[in-house]
Ligand binder design. Sequence first.
Ligand SMILES: C[S@@+](CC[C@H](N)C(=O)[O-])C[C@H]1O[C@@H](n2cnc3c(N)ncnc32)[C@H](O)[C@@H]1O
Length: 375
Amino acid sequence: MYNYFATTSKGLEGVLADEIAALGGKRIAAGTGGVSFSGNRELSLRANLWLRTANRVLLQLSEFSAPTPEALYEGAKAVPWPDLFTVRSKIAVEATVRDSAITHSHFAAQKTKDAVVDRFRDAVRARPDVDTSAPDVRIHLRIVRDACTLSLDTSGESLNRRGYRADPADASLRETVAAGIVLLSGWDGQVPLSDPACGAGTIPIEAALFASRFAPGLLRASFGFQKHADYRPKLWSSLLDEARGAVRRSGTGRIEGCDISAEAIGGAGRNAQRAGVSDIVSFKRRDIREFSPGEPSGVIICNPPYGIRIPGEEGGIEEFYRAMGEAFKKRCRGWTAYVLSGSPTATRHIGLKASRRFPLMNGPIDCRLLKYEMY
Ligand SMILES: C[S@@+](CC[C@H](N)C(=O)[O-])C[C@H]1O[C@@H](n2cnc3c(N)ncnc32)[C@H](O)[C@@H]1O
């Protein structure tokens, strides 16, 4: 059994914990900005392949107290690094420090890097190089109240980079946040889903990946664990085969994205193609003032413009919210809407009462996902 910590955006810890439970994780505990769990090595590969809301899956290596730089160095040097990856790997240490005697994260990262390098020198008389821009191996250090946790990043590049969004739009959501909103909404993949301001199409595309049981990791070329000493390519290839076999192309509800911007709609279509879901998602250019989802019931998920004006948007933010409220009241009876709002002032202009509010961080923006039921 190994201990892992999967990171996510604040507000998505609960849905991430459910995802980990579905994969068979043990001792699952949701914290702030992530979920700890335990399981075997295969579970970490499955987690990288299947988790929709995790940004990284970290393998915890060591926990120790480091009230001084020397204690940090000794604690980091005690880890058998040469057993974990080869000396030819380019490494990077990322550190976060909070409420501790060691106050500078950059200094803590340097000290840890020195310990890793020295441990290699002692063992093989050679040292790994450092490359902070494109490392093969990422080491994470977290110090909270002098308690250190050292981890190895099994994901590599953040898992939100699925690889399909070569056409981003203004203010695009992280793929993991878009997937998280779909999961928070409880959408079952079978009733229709519509996003009236879809931008690059992230929400409809993540919805389509979920509904078709498409493992998001199938879209990625590489992962951090592939550079680790215990990587088993045959096991990984069998997990990929299993995931490919799990994809189902039929039985999903109609998934649609609309946006006022023709450019955004073009990009969303190309993104869906790259994600391999263009057969189950459709996009059309439409002003929110004409939004009408058509069918008698379904789920609307929307990430409207924030306080910042988006090019191509006519009128102000309030006008957008007012028009959305009008469309919901007049043409969306029987539907349930989830609106990700970063602006409480603008949200009032919807003119409907939210039946639930989920706090959610969208990057640095403190948002609420608001639920509206249109009877
Ligand atoms: C925050 S962005 C959505 C980003 C999207 N979730 C993504 O991940 O790419 C808001 C979108 O609202 C669109 N928008 C602005 N005014 C609109 C209107 N009147 N009707 C429909 N869409 C509009 C913008 O073009 C922009 O793409």
